[in-house]
Ligand binder design. Sequence first.
Ligand code: FAD
Ligand code: NAD
Ligand code: ISD
Length: 427
Amino acid sequence: MGRAFVYVILGGGVSAGYAALEFTRRGVSDGELCIISDEPVAPYERPALSKGFLLPEDPTRLPSFHTCVGANDEKLTPNWYKEHGIELILGTRVKSVDLKRMTLVSSTGETISYNFLIIATGARAMKLEEFGVEGSDAENVCYLRDLSDANKLATVIQSSSNGNAVVIGGGYIGMECAASLVINKINVSMVLPGAHCMARLFTPKIAAMYEDYYSAKGVKFIKGTVMTSFEFDENQKVTAVNLKDGSQLPADMVVVGIGIRPNISLFEGQLAMEKGGIKVNSKMQSSDSTVYAIGDVATFPVKLYGEMRRLEHVDSARKSARHAVSAIMEPENTGEFDYLPCFYSRFFAFSWQFYGDHVGEVVHFGEYEEGKVFGAYWVKEGHLVGTFLEGGTKEEYETISKVTQLKPVVMDMEELEREGLGFAERV
Ligand code: FAD
Ligand code: NAD
Ligand code: ISD
């Protein structure tokens, strides 16, 4: 025995919330759509967890950040789903999927069948154990992917005031959490394997600007090494972190941000995969025509660069969700997903956005100082392909996004550097 739906969204994160809103706007009927999530709450804006959620005063809490407030759209509270006849099955993990039978089996043993399935399972945080380090389930070691992780982190922060934190990883989680820890009056050491923070995107010059600011706030960067083990007290709480270079860092708490793995295991052997994600076409449709994939889990064609990409950012989760729903409900009116990659972050009073592709030669512009506007252009084969901007206005971000999509010809790199933001405004 089980239930049957026309549309099932598997996963209840960012992309699920945006897909649900799009379904209602395109006229889904009562009882046709169901969302199954192992999280106990309705879809929310995950980016809030490393930002407002960790503030010492007046922290952001649900229901204030349910999707789709991050895109200045409707806030979908649990009641909203009820009013729109959408079945929200929360706290329920899907254990198996049979794509031939078009059924899912949940952790409660229920079988749910569908006509169309949207995979929105996102990703999981990589564990230190995958790198041979044991003990990361200690009560003062924190990962950050979902609300329960964020609750644990907020509690551990409260009990570590004026103490020492070690942040493992210098990516998005590392940088955003380190800033939040400083704001919470915790001394921070960051351990990163590369030569600088945010090595996947930042140039050495961009990284140096932010690292200098963090250092002035007391953050200690330990670069070019990794942690090898923890020291524990008699209660199995971590007391120190041992590094490969032989040094030891005292720790009242640890935050780990060492990357993610997409949640694709339910579909291995059933769907075509590429670049660690579920391979979809320009309609977000997988190798099974009744199954779509959106958000972090989807590897889709980025038309602008003629390449398959899997992105791990909220803008692509939101837009791929809307596109998939449009392709399912109005296939004849839905063209190819023509997506311009967009990444952003906020820490301390800084706020930056990046559009496009970070390949080729780089030109920096602006004043690389706190409170000033600065940025960089990436130029490949004579065309501008990527733009980074810190401290821009809404209009300036719109301008760089439009220009980057156009891939304008760049004749003279020195002139581009001199013109800076003026180049984008002129094109
Ligand atoms: P998710 O939002 O992760 O949702 C996946 C959902 O599926 C989860 O609810 C999960 O529990 C559920 N699920 C998985 N497997 C199953 C199963 N078998 N059964 C039932 N349910 C299942 N991006 C930015 O661009 N800017 C930011 O500032 C930013 N900040 C971030 C801050 C944090 C702390 C994190 C973790 C990520 C941040 N991101 C940011 C990335 C962004 O949040 C993700 O790209 C986005 O959430 C992806 O959406 P998604 O729907 O694919 O996956
Ligand atoms: P990341 O990929 O941004 O950074 C991982 C970092 O860990 C890198 O600095 C990498 O060099 C380092 N690393 C890898 N293996 C390591 C090891 N064994 N020991 C020490 N360091 C190691 O991933 P993240 O920071 O963990 O973020 C997780 C996910 O959340 C990503 O998908 C990210 O896009 C997303 N996120 C995005 C934002 C944003 O867009 N503003 C904010 C927070 C999280
Ligand atoms: O995109 C985002 C973001 O960066 C947040 O902090 O969504 C959240 C919301 O703006 C709100 O809480």
